[in-house]
Each structure stands twice: as C-alpha cells, then as structure tokens.
Design a protein around this ligand. Sequence first.
Ligand code: ADP
Ligand code: MG
Length: 574
Amino acid sequence: MPIRSLPPEVASAIAAGEVVERPASVVKELVENSLDAGARRIEITVEKGGRKLIEVVDDGDGIPAAEIALAVNRYSTSKLERAEDLFAIQTLGFRGEALSSIGAVSRLELVSHTASEQVGSRLIVEGGISGKPQSAGGPKGSVIRVRDIFYNVPARQKFLKSETTERRRINSLITRYALAYPHVAFRLEQEGRESFRTTGNGNQREILATLYGVEVARQMICLPETEGAPIQVHGFIGPPGISRSNRRELTFFVNGRWIQDGQLAAAVIQAYHALLMVGRYPLVVLFLTMPPEAVDVNVHPTKATIRFSDARLVFSIVQRVVRASLLGQAPAPDFKFEGSTNALGWTPATGSARIGWIPTDETDQAKHGAGGTVQTTLPGSEMPLLRAVGQFGASYLVAEGPDGLYLIDQHAAHERVLFEKLMIAVRDKNLESQRLLEPDAVELSPSQTLLLTENLEVLSKLGFEVEPFGRSMFRVRAMPAILSHLAPAGALKAVVEDFEEDEAPLEAEVEARIAARVCKRASVKAGQVLSLSEQQELLRALEQCESPRTCPHGRPTMIRLSMDALEKQFGRRG
Ligand code: ADP
Ligand code: MG
C-alpha cells in the first residue's frame, strides 16, 4: 500500500482512542472539566455502565455561547496559552482533547450557560460531526451528555469490559474525586439508583466513612500538616490492622489530580514494612501538593501518569511521613517488635526476626504482666515439623514444634493446602472434576450473571462445567472434586457471590483469585471438630505447602509462642 494521509474521521477515531479508553475515562474527563470550571456541585448519571448514557451536570462557570463550537475542536482549550504554560499546569485539563475525542466516538450533547449571558447554548456532535450551536435555557453551569459510546467504533466495543466492571470503575473514580474535593458536593446515580453522594461540607472523614464504613474511617490516621515544606503530604493512612489483598486502596492525588504511580505505591508499602503481612496492602489516601513546575503532567493522554522532576525526593518524603505517623501511633495496637538487627528487626528474607504480640486488652495485659509474646512466624518461609496436641475452640489446632507452641488456624491452614493442590493440578492439567448425574440449576441476579459469564472459562479450568440456559439460569454439569461435599448449585452461587466482593482482579491473577475463593468454600470451617488424626493429617499437608505460613488471602495460618517467652511468663527465667 502506498503511504497516504488517513481520512480525518479515521485519524480522529485513532486519536480519540488514546483519551477515551472506556466509559470510566469519559466520566473522568467530564468531572475534571467540571472541577476546572469551579463547580461546587457535580451530578453524574450513568446508564448501562456508561455505555448507554453518561451525564454530568455542574454549576460551574459554563461555556460562553460564542465558544461552544470551539470546545469540541481538537486541541482547543481555555486553559493553556503558550508552550511555557505546559510546565506550570494548574488545571486538570490542558490538552483540549477530551470533548473532541468523546464527540468522535459517541453522540455528545453540550448544554451550557454562563452567568453573564442571558441565554445559554446547546451543541450536538455525533461521531465527530458537529451540529450548529442553538440557544438554550437552563441554570448557570453545564450539562454534558454522552450517549452510545463507541457506537461507530465496533472494534472498540468488543473490548469493553462488563457493565459491572465499568460501574465499579466509575464508582471508585467518583468516590476518590469526592475525597480529594471535599468542598464539592458530588452525586452519583447508576442505573436509576443513587449510589454515592457527598454534601460538600469539607469533611473528609465523613467521606471516608461512606467509602470504608464508620469504624474503619474512625481508625484511619490523619497525617499531620507539614507546613512550609516544598512538597506537602496530606491525607489518611490505615492502621496496619486493616489491610487488603491488593493495591487498589492505595490512592494518590498530586496537585488535585488522581494519578497511578508504581513508585509512590512502593514508597508507601516500604513505609509499612514489617507492619503488614507479606501480600497485604494498606488503605492509604495521599494528597501531595508541590509547585506545578515540579511535576510534568503532560506524559500521557489520560493524564493519569506523571513525572516528578525529583522523584527520589518525593518518594523519600512520602515514605518518611507515612512511616513516622505509623510509628507515632503506638505502632499498631497489638504488635510489638523485638530484637535483632534493627529497631524493626523483621527481615522476611532470612526469617530470623520475629514479631511480638501483646494482648490487645490492656487489663488483660496488666493481669498477666507485659511481654506475653506470641510470635507470628514469617509468611512464605518453611515451617518446622509439628506434632498435633489437640484442638482449641474447635477452630485452632494446638501443636508442638521444636521451638515452641504453635496455634494453627484450621480454616486458614486447610485453605492453603487446598489452594496449592488445586493450583498444581491446574498447572499440570490433571484436575479432578466430578460429573454430576443430574445437572443442578442455579438462578443468578443480572449482575451475577454477567460476572459468571465473564469467568466461565477460568471456572472450567478449575473443574466447573457450567452452561447458561435461559436468561439468568445456569446448569452445573460438573464441579471440582474438592467441592464434592457441597451442593453443586450452592457451591457455584457461593463462588459467584465471592466474585462480587472484590473488584475485577488483574488478568494474571484471575485464576489464582478464583481458586482461592473455591478453596475458601471447600475448606474446614472454624467450629468443626477434628479428630487427632485429622489434625495431624492437616499439619502434614501444610508442611508440604510452598507457603505454609499464610492462607491464599494473605492472613497468617499460624502463630507461635516460643519456649523462651513461655519461661519468662512463668517466671522461670528473667
Ligand atoms: P481541556 O479540559 O483540556 O481544556 P476539553 O476538551 O476537556 O479540554 O474541554 C475543552 C474546553 O471546553 C475547556 O478548555 C473549557 O473551556 C470548556 N469546557 C469543557 N467542559 C466544561 C464545563 N463543564 N464547564 C465549563 N467549561 C467547560
Ligand atoms: Mg478537559
């Protein structure tokens, strides 16, 4: 083929793809525009996960009638004049690409009214073709409606994730912006129901409470003001007792812009070093403020990645501020660190250091004297040979090891055992699946139906043979042998319900995450009485595991009370 210039509609669809990846990215651009327009109230309405409609209504400055046609032109912006301005961006937008990109791949409608004009104006753009601006009524501010996104880009449509995924994305986007802009009243309506709202009263902890629940919000530590520093870090960090199995609750805003940054995340994780189990991540919301010239925001069309002029400085400040607040807060109410090479002497690689544990209840502590140290051993490392002594509370195994007394959480331990067995079987393709004589039918809600349909392939790798029949009915034909003691429909339903708890995992993690959920269902529960030989069998199986110290969700399977600590408690040694 000879070289040709692309026809304009093709070129603009390609360019649009960089800015508008998915419905959630449209919501992000529109909300950023409202914030740039100084809105104090932003209402977002979404239908079908944004595929059918995204509407953003704000009470911001509005677009003058004379400029509304320009607003949807590529590289047309009111926020930037000269090239130099690029190095001191104060607004969220500046590329002048969002509205034109959105207009290129959807049916876009703008209605806007400035305070100084008698009437407002209205403009429609369909698949990149702009209509004529009309006069329109309405209060001061803007209404932007985006309908039928990608209706003219079928290739893009195919890659859209499910509506549920998109809804979750939009939800986490809006809740985060609401946190960063507590003086703006946000309201999000999804599928005809209000899913989130803030009052705009400036109280961030109140917003945290709607996000994480009152109790978690109460426990989150507010970082102290760092007045005068060139780089300021505000925000909230979760106590080490509250953690997640993924990094999704690490949120960073830089100069009011929500960004993704692996190194900032690493700095925070480093600050929690030894305070959290390996594989667990804290809840953190950080707002960094720095001079605009200290950061280059013009790195990527979505503006979600940025470049710091002095990245090392930024990371070290973040790490220090977070670390200092964590340690200042009586380092995690129930953990005390002791002994070895440094103050926090926990070095996972060697497995030599230990975390001490003090009873949480202070009166309890007073009764027994301080320093009743049970040690949680290191996740991931090997475990010693254990001899089952008995069961406690029908939930914990008591076992003796060469270096002390062990308490093993039977549910967590069994989960680990099943999980590794299942993953090895999947890897070696010799998974045992059990065919049912009678297929078992299960009915699911619309969103569960979507989730299940998306995950059918992974489930089949794990031994579930499930086929849709009817709109929201499924038939289970076979299931993993390890679940054979559960009712097939119930087992499937339980697994699907588990999907709903979490945001969609990364592609690479899907299999392991679903396997972990299946194993959670299949493992012995707390409260189940085990015979001594069953206990011993579980311990043997756990010894065979690669990571016997943690369950697949990252919680510890065992804690240890060393002989040493025991002797101190009984006053046999000083
Ligand atoms: P950018 O935000 O990078 O300038 P956009 O394509 O997102 O580019 O918007 C183009 C222009 O339209 C903006 O510069 C602004 O002047 C105007 N605009 C867009 N949305 C709004 C809004 N909600 N309120 C007021 N003006 C808006
Ligand atoms: Mg913009």
